[in-house]
Design a protein around this ligand. Structure first.
Ligand code: GLN
Length: 452
């Protein structure tokens, strides 16, 4: 009912691309019947969840917000979907995103924009704007997102919700349509830190179907969220991830969060990660390189809706070209071109090779920082939500929004965003980001619960 009330129409939120009402209601009714029969059920049984439309689901369409997959039905469930079904959580439907998760505003969806519930003329973040908006607008208490460079955390920040990118390998990527495989990670979107922890416990764990899946992912996440204690902990403020270029209202809320942590018994110290200034540049070479390879399969032969050229001859190259010209949007094409260029003979070492070396330096910065502190903290984004359309013709300024989220993906470490209050200038939500070493996901939940 809530989805019907707020999601549709000219000025609707449009968080959902597909609503799975019948199945969701059937699962809910089944849970009620089992509860009435005193069956022991999972803690989250009956709690509805929305799914980012980059994650494949049997019986519901999966589009990646692209025309090239319009009408496609996956013959199998992603591992996370199997786990959600096993916990008996009703799936409300599939949420909007930037096409193939490329973007920071959900304006690059082939199926229309999503609006920020806090201000309908502003972006809900991206790429997972649909999942964040659904939770912020009370359409769903929980959602799944994917985070390659910030697509769970940045939408979380600008919609006042909680979002977590788990340690790389903590949650199976099997059935998440790949954007940049070495960076992608599925994670929870929620209203509270404890809810996110409970959801990560449902979806996490080793999966033989994902070769990068950890055999020993961190446990005790919900316990850590319930504990919520920072007494005696050392928390590092990353010098490079706040200050210049960050909105004053964002800085103010960030400083308040530091005060709260101090009051709760944490020691706040400043740390420097000097190579972070190259992280954005490295990401925007590595990510398009991997995406150009991952998206090669959408050629109208192996995957994707086939478009025939309007004139002869119908060679396979011309069919593939017509398919990709018609099926992909501008941002996806931009990144494929960037990626194939960066990987081409003669340029490979100058671009891709350098980017990989920067990636190692970013990882070393984190190692040095975590040798001094338990957790790192920063604002999640430099600004609050901007106006729809404001940056659509300026990809570079859009990419700059990822400055604080990208280092975690390059290093594979866990990151959590939670609401830090509203900015003085515009009354819009500000996100606070917590980062911990790989496999120490419990730490971001433990500290996050104190700031809530
Ligand atoms: N905004 C980033 C990008 O456009 C993040 C994308 C993501 O995490 N999927 O690449």
């Amino acid at each position: 009912d809530r989805i019907a009330e707020v999601d549709g129409g000219e000025r609707g939120i449009h968080a959902f691309l597909h609503v799975n009402a019948e199945e969701a209601l059937a699962v809910a009714a089944d849970v009620d019947a089992r509860r009435a029969a005193s069956e022991e059920l999972h803690e989250l049984a009956g709690v509805p969840i929305a799914i980012k439309d980059l994650i494949v689901t049997k019986g519901q369409p999966t589009t990646a917000a692209s025309k090239i997959l319009e009408g496609w039905m996956s013959p199998y469930d992603a591992t996370v979907i199997k786990k959600i079904r096993a916990a008996r959580m009703p799936m409300l439907g599939k949420t909007n995103l930037d096409e193939f998760a490329m973007g920071s505003s959900t304006e690059h969806s082939a199926y229309g924009i999503t609006r920020n519930p806090w201000d309908l003329d502003r972006i809900p973040g991206g790429s997972g704007g649909g999942s964040a908006a659904a939770v912020a607008a009370f359409e769903a208490p929980l959602a799944l997102g994917t985070d390659t460079g910030g697509s769970i955390r940045q939408p979380g920040a600008v919609t006042g919700t909680v979002g977590v990118k788990p340690t790389y390998g903590a949650v199976s990527r099997y059935g998440a349509i790949a954007m940049a495989s070495s960076l992608d990670q599925i994670g929870p979107v929620s209203r509270t830190v404890l809810d996110a922890a409970l959801l990560q416990e449902v979806i996490g764990g080793h999966d033989p179907l994902d070769s990068t899946s950890l055999t020993d992912p961190s446990t005790g996440l919900a316990d850590a969220a319930r504990l919520g204690n920072v007494a005696g902990m050392k928390i590092g403020v990353v010098k490079e991830l706040h200050g210049e270029g960050f909105q004053a209202g964002v800085e103010n809320r960030f400083n308040e969060s530091l005060d709260l942590l101090r009051e709760a018994g944490a020691e706040i110290v400043e740390v420097s990660c000097p190579n972070f200034k190259y992280a954005l540049g490295a990401y925007y070479l590595i990510m398009p390189s991997e995406a150009s390879s991952n998206l090669a399969k959408f050629d109208g032969v192996r995957f994707g809706n086939r478009t025939l050229p309007t004139d002869a001859p119908l060679t396979i190259e011309r069919v593939m070209a017509a398919t990709r010209a018609a099926g992909f949007g501008d941002e996806v094409k931009r990144r494929i071109i960037l990626g194939t260029y960066a990987l081409s003979a003669g340029y490979y070492d100058a671009y891709y090779g350098s980017a990989q070396r920067v990636r190692t330096l970013v990882q070393r910065d984190f190692e040095a920082a975590f040798a001094q502190v338990d957790v790192l903290i920063s604002p999640t984004t430099p600004t609050t939500a901007f106006k729809l359309g404001e940056k659509i013709d300026d990809p570079l300024s859009m990419y700059l929004l990822d400055i604080a989220t990208i280092p975690a993906n390059l290093a594979g470490i866990p990151g959590l965003t939670l609401p830090g209050g509203l900015a003085d200038e515009d009354g819009l939500p500000v996100g606070i980001q917590l980062l911990a070493p790989a496999r120490e996901d419990a730490r971001v939940y433990r500290v996050g619960a104190v700031l809530e």
